[in-house]
Write a protein that binds this ligand. Sequence first.
Ligand SMILES: *Cc1c(COP(=O)(O)O)cnc(C)c1O
Length: 384
Amino acid sequence: MKPISMLDLRAEYTLFEAEIRQAIDGVLESAYYVGGPEVGEFESELAKRVGVKHGIAVSSGTDALLCSLMALGIGPGDEVILPTFTFFATAGSVSRLGATPVFVDSDAQTFNMDPDGVRSAVTPSTKAIIVVHLFGQCADMGAIAEIGREKKIPVIEDAAQAIGASQNGTPACSFGELACLSFYPTKNLGGFGEGGMVLTNRDDLATRSRQMRNHGESRRYYHDFVGGNFRMDSMKAAILLVKLRHLDEFTRRRQTNAEMLGEVLAPAPVTTPHVAQGNVHVYHQYSILCDARDDLKTWLQDHGVGNGVYYPVPLHLQTCFAGLGYREGAFPVAERLAKEIISLPCHPMLEGDDIKAIGDEVCGFYAGKPGFEVTSSDTGASVI
Ligand SMILES: *Cc1c(COP(=O)(O)O)cnc(C)c1O
């Protein structure tokens, strides 16, 4: 069997090679390498697409988070509420500013931050809530945005995994005070290198974010704040503009693959992704819950099926956050997810045969394991 990888970036590049090379040539000839006109064009196209007034392109998704928190003036003594089950950058950006991450447990079905946990984590020191749309589906924004409004706490959306997702018709990135995207090569809109964007409807926060991106300058060599160099290269924006044109098609392919995966995995004793009502999921990751996760992982590796564990350790149990005083057992859902979750390939370049092979391997693993039942099904998934 040919190996099935988690991503095939080379194949994606080959699809758009001519367009991409043309975009690169344009930048080379302009010799405007940082913050050129391509950056502005990319910002406005992306902002328009997610229904937000301002886009501020930055150097990474992590820097988008940092820049957003800086624009809100967050620093020492401030608390920021965020999920414990997320990528490290969500919390790291808070700590780097001297503020305190306050972790919240996850919803067992969607893996997103539990709104009740958010509500009980609010204190007079809470200065922001960062909500993560994990794996490509929006967190419960009705409930979380309501808490923000009621308590007058700004909500930042970490939409690094969720470009194109929506909830009840509202696109991710347009719920919060600010939103952050990542264009890391493995993301749904993946660039050729690092990249990110801050999005906001608020003129004041847009101006602040633009300043923070450029050492807090209000005009050349006049610094109102201490910011950073979070600028985006023209080349990256030019290439991302090309890829943005094809994003919808790629998202549809991910959704089709997810649907087929649901069918081929039906006989296996695993929990396939739950899409909450009103959500459009963009499947940045296709993450399932399963028993004997580590053995399944080894089995898949041995049988040429790519996979990933996102994430093996919730953030409240990370060594670097030991000083915050969280103990094992503090967030039982997140801790269970960390033990049972595994992501399977779902990327846009997969074919039907690949999906079937993934299903066969997962079913094959459980069929050979005493104590598990693999039900036969009429989906055509073969069971050993
Ligand atoms: C990827 C990611 C980030 C960070 O983005 P980078 O571009 O890698 O810095 C932040 N949050 C989440 C949820 C992510 O998946």
